[in-house]
Design a protein around this ligand. Structure first.
Ligand code: BGC
Length: 479
């Protein structure tokens, strides 16, 4: 072992409350498969990956094997599971006047009932990147120049979910990672993309969230007594040195990736971080800001990794990739030393202190004043070249174990030493699910899915490590 086991350090014993949510996260397109079964309509991913050998047609086959997934969650000691609903599985064409698909509804009803029977609390993401294809064609989905149709269609889909599942689902996430979603749209998920679309998609995500949260609070919360939030993601960017240029660049990266979304939703204000693009950056009206202000009941954050800001600001559009859409140049070395253990194709490195800084940032800037807890809904690691390793090394995933051990310790430190209120943690992900990263295939799962052997699930050691960490750190869980 290359790390000191958290579950053997008495300083961390039972430091988290018994109510602490701990478990795994997934997303519909990445695990379900059965894209043309059970009455499901097409989503933009079916179209985007149509000619790719790695597409979601079968994925992890969870549409058929969801019972096995619940067994795994039980075996792994999870009390919480976050999954997403495929919009086009329950409304194949997506629009407010389009038909409901009852087979799709049954799939999610069974899954929710199965989770509850197993003592696992579901958190449901309404939307994890998978726009119904017909809505993309009708008005360009989230890139719609006028958000009216999109808001109405999304609210009608959300209403269907609240009416159908809300008696049992008590925690909702409206949208997954608007920051990454705007980037994916820019990298080819939307046809005929132009630079204003980047800002439009982000803007529309925030608006949709606001409308859906208002709908839930006005019409469902009183009777269903649940909570609603949005899954933001935040990577940490550290200045490479103390130079004003590096410090400013790091701040700018942070403001662009998180404040763009968090400011309107948690503070009712808007960021100035995109002033360089003021001609194409849409601003919210006062009325919209009022609606958005305080529109989440908890601060949901996803986090993977940390990089350095070199101090160089890039020319707009000079480089279109996941790291530099914020126009801030990054590096993963300082004085020739790597920032942490390299993950697959550099995504992510093991930098636990960056995770602690993310939690402190979200707490200090947003959650603390509102007295709402932070819930981590994704955190995970892809080992370098895992897909070409021998099965023994895949299962004995030491680098991932080290990552989880040290990241969970960083979370505990944020709670213990920085006074951050954290109410839950979800590892990404339960299974080796479908990933799309420009053709290189990272694997994030704590479970190997053997596709040749009927999608058999084989636990990796990181799953039992996480289980023992939770037993040790969550009050009342110790054997
Ligand atoms: C997304 C997931 C994705 C993960 C790992 C997150 O940004 O929410 O859908 O699988 O990163 O790449």
């Amino acid at each position: 072992m290359t790390f000191a086991k958290l579950s053997e350090n008495p300083e961390y014993s039972s430091i988290l409350p018994a109510t602490f949510l701990h478990g795994y996260a997934s997303a519909a397109y990445q695990i379900e498969g059965a894209t043309s079964q059970g009455g499901r309509g097409a989503s933009i991913w079916d179209e985007f990956l149509r000619d790719s050998p790695e597409n979601g047609d079968t994925a992890c086959n969870s549409y058929h094997l969801w019972r096995n997934d619940i067994e795994l969650l039980k075996q792994y000691g999870a009390n919480s599971y976050r999954f997403s609903i495929s919009w086009s599985r329950i409304k194949p064409l997506g629009g407010r006047k389009d038909e409901v698909n009852h087979e799709g509804i049954k799939y999610y009803n069974d899954l929710i009932d199965g989770l509850l029977e197993a003592g696992i609390e579901p958190t449901v993401t309404l939307f994890h990147y998978d726009v119904p294809l017909s809505l993309q064609r009708r008005y360009r989905g989230f890139a719609a120049a006028d958000s009216g149709e999109l808001v109405e269609d999304f609210c009608s889909f959300a209403r269907l979910c609240f009416e159908t599942f809300g008696d049992r689902v008590k925690r909702w996430l409206t949208i997954n990672e608007p920051w990454i979603f705007t980037i994916l749209y820019s990298l080819g998920l939307a046809e005929d993309w132009t630079q204003p679309d980047f800002f439009r998609v982000g803007h529309n995500c925030i608006l949709v969230h606001g409308h859906v949260a208002r709908l839930y609070r006005e019409e469902f919360k009183m009777t269903q007594d649940g909570q609603i939030g949005i899954a933001l993601n935040m990577e940490w960017v550290e200045p490479v040195d103390e130079s004003p240029a590096a410090v400013q660049a790091a701040n700018l990266a942070t403001e662009r990736c998180i404040d763009w979304f968090a400011k309107p939703i948690f503070l009712g204000t808007q960021t100035n971080a995109w002033d360089r693009h003021s001609d194409i950056f849409p601003r919210f009206s006062e009325e919209e800001l009022q609606m958005l202000n305080g529109s989440a009941d908890f601060f949901s954050v996803n986090h993977y990794g940390t990089s350095y800001a070199t101090g160089r600001i890039l020319e707009p559009g000079s480089k279109l990739d996941i790291w530099t859409m914020d126009e801030v140049e990054k590096s993963w070395t300082k004085d020739g030393i790597l920032i942490g253990r390299r993950g697959h194709n550099g995504h992510p490195h093991t930098v636990p202190w960056g995770f602690r800084k993310v939690l402190v940032y979200c707490w200090d800037h947003f959650a603390k004043a509102l007295d709402i807890p932070i819930i981590v809904y994704e955190n995970g690691y892809a080992m370098e070249n895992e897909s070409s390793m021998a099965i023994e090394s895949i299962i004995d995933d030491t680098a991932r174990q080290e990552y989880y051990n040290n990241y969970f310790q960083a979370l505990c430190d944020a709670v213990k030493m920085d006074g951050v209120q954290v109410a839950g943690y979800h590892a990404w992900s339960l299974l080796d699910n479908l990933e799309w990263h420009n053709g290189y295939q990272p694997r994030f799962g704590v479970t190997f899915v053997d596709r040749e052997a009927g999608y058999k699930r084989i636990p990796k050691k990181s799953a039992s490590l996480l289980n023992s960490i939770w037993r040790y750190t969550v009050h009342g869980k110790r054997e």
